[in-house]
Design a protein around this ligand. Structure first.
Ligand SMILES: [Zn+2]
Length: 234
């Protein structure tokens, strides 16, 4: 009886409240688990996996010396990518992170762009923000990275000591002031110098990720590479 009731109830509920694709907001078909096939096929992947001296790498190297810099998707305003990131970050849809990981990380492994990287380090949220949101939006994607690259995921080295306001609404110089010294290393935590892979959901000016990278380099040394789910390319 139990086995019979459950799927029927689920089907009934999904008839009235179908799960929507966070990219285009159309109802998902049964086989589409997180994002619809149409969106998956049309999401704009960058060529960063193959072009190591790409625009993001050039931009980041003006702020912080990075070995590799990769954004997986191109970000544009009012796009499917923006909608995906919005649902990942603000609507509790963490599964978007693992979906993108399971889909894109095997490709990233094929290109060997992060060959030689020793540890994956998701950019931390401020503890207050983490409490409000309940999760770090890049955690599941970072776990997927660590699993496929077969390297450890480090969550306890760096933390956000400053609660920054929303950077998106600020001008350049205000943004830099806001993010400066925003990260610090956990006391009594130390990892030897190694090649760190920092993970963020979106890179706009690069201020946040370079501030985090600097904090790690100052305390532990080593080398930095970065990956983000998306970035503006121009
Ligand atoms: Zn869709």
């Amino acid at each position: 009886m139990k086995n019979f009731v459950k799927p029927t109830l689920a089907a009934f509920v999904s008839l009235f409240f179908p799960k929507l694709c966070p990219g285009c907001m159309n109802p998902l078909f049964e086989k589409e688990k997180v994002i619809c096939f149409d969106c998956q096929m049309s999401l704009p992947q960058t060529d960063h996996l193959w072009d190591f001296e790409n625009v993001l790498w050039k931009k980041m190297n003006q702020l912080l010396k990075v070995e590799r810099a990769v954004a997986l998707l191109e970000f544009q305003k009012n796009s499917k990518v923006q909608s995906l990131l919005y649902h990942l970050k603000y609507k509790g849809q963490q599964e978007i992170g693992s979906f993108l990981g399971n889909w894109l990380v095997p490709e990233l492994k094929k290109s060997n762009v992060f060959g030689g990287v020793d540890a994956v380090l998701p950019l931390p949220l401020h503890s207050k923000r983490l409490k409000q949101r309940g999760y770090n939006q890049v955690q599941l994607f970072s776990e997927s990275l660590a699993k496929h690259l077969q390297i450890p995921l480090i969550n306890d080295l760096v933390y956000r000591k400053k609660e920054t306001r929303q950077l998106a609404k600020m001008g350049m110089s205000e943004r830099w002031k806001e993010i400066d010294q925003a990260f610090a290393l956990q006391q009594n935590k130390y990892y030897p110098a190694q090649h760190w892979l920092l993970v963020d959901d979106i890179i706009t000016t690069g201020a946040t990720i370079s501030s985090c990278g600097n904090a790690i380099l100052e305390a532990c040394g080593g080398r930095i590479s970065i990956v983000s789910l998306a970035s503006r390319l121009s």
